[in-house]
Design a protein around this ligand. Structure first.
Ligand code: 13P
Length: 251
């Protein structure tokens, strides 16, 4: 049995005051023990969030990490070793906003995945097609290519301590959620691709769906066979909504 997971990607949002408020409200939520829960604040607030969630079952991750595991001359980057040092457990790798707006290639994503694991962090590898790619019938091809790069470089065993998030770009922040069937089709293809390398590992990897997940559509998405939880953007900034999504993953 795969333990469901719900992750909140706060993106480039928040101030010290609003982060404090959000944590206070999250502490009041009934969070299901059966679900692994993590939040991904902006880097500058990670320590504040770690202090704030002390004593409750919420892990903290970063939205990005550097391509190299150690320390060195890389101005402006944050080493995954530093993220691990302050107490992060997770890191997002290859979010579409970084791939598309900041030009991160499959190769860079693969290096970030590797550096994260070398530092003891668990990567959440994000995959997903644009609207143009979906309309051209290339969804499965694009997602397969993105995953293949990491699989070829890092090997299937690397997925024993990683999570994959399928986030169709057209569904992110748009209010347009993939239907449960559309999401399931891609999730099944991802698991099949992993399974061709190692069936046991494939069965254990958690596949999260992301893209306009809300309390009202979460349960239906999470009921699909290969959807093991969600990566939540906008709705993770509202404690009530995020709590309800976590509870939906636990049912
Ligand atoms: P939204 O939930 O705001 O669509 O964002 C999804 C996402 O990009 C999470 O990483």
């Amino acid at each position: 049995m795969r333990r469901p997971m719900v992750a909140g990607n706060w993106k480039m949002n928040g101030t010290r005051a609003s982060v404090a408020e959000l944590i206070e409200s999250l502490r009041l939520q009934q969070l299901p023990a059966a679900v692994e829960i993590a939040v991904f604040p902006s880097c500058v607030y990670i320590s504040q969030v770690l202090d704030g969630v002390n004593g409750i079952e919420i892990a903290v991750g970063a939205q990005d990490g550097a391509t190299q595991a150690g320390f060195g001359a890389l101005t402006g980057e944050v080493s995954p070793a530093q993220l691990a040092d302050v107490g992060c457990k997770w890191v997002l790798v290859g979010h579409s906003e970084r791939r598309l707006l900041l030009g991160e290639s499959d190769e860079v994503v693969s290096r970030k995945f590797s550096a994260a694991q070398a530092s003891g962090l668990k990567p959440v590898l994000c995959l997903g097609e644009t609207l143009e790619e979906r309309r051209a019938g290339k969804t499965l091809e694009v997602v397969e290519r993105q995953l293949a790069r990491v699989l070829d470089d890092q090997g299937i065993a690397a997925f024993e301590s990683a999570v994959i998030a399928y986030e169709p770009v057209w569904a992110i922040g748009s209010g347009l959620t993939a239907t449960p069937q559309q999401a399931q089709e891609v999730h099944a293809a991802i698991r099949e691709q992993l399974s061709r390398r190692d069936r046991r590992v494939a069965e254990g990897v958690r596949l999260l769906y992301g893209g306009s997940v809300k309390a009202e559509n979460a349960a239906e998405l999470f009921s699909m066979a290969d959807i093991d939880g969600g990566l939540i953007g906008g709705a993770s900034l509202k404690a009530d909504e995020f709590g309800a999504i976590c509870r939906a993953a636990g049912n």
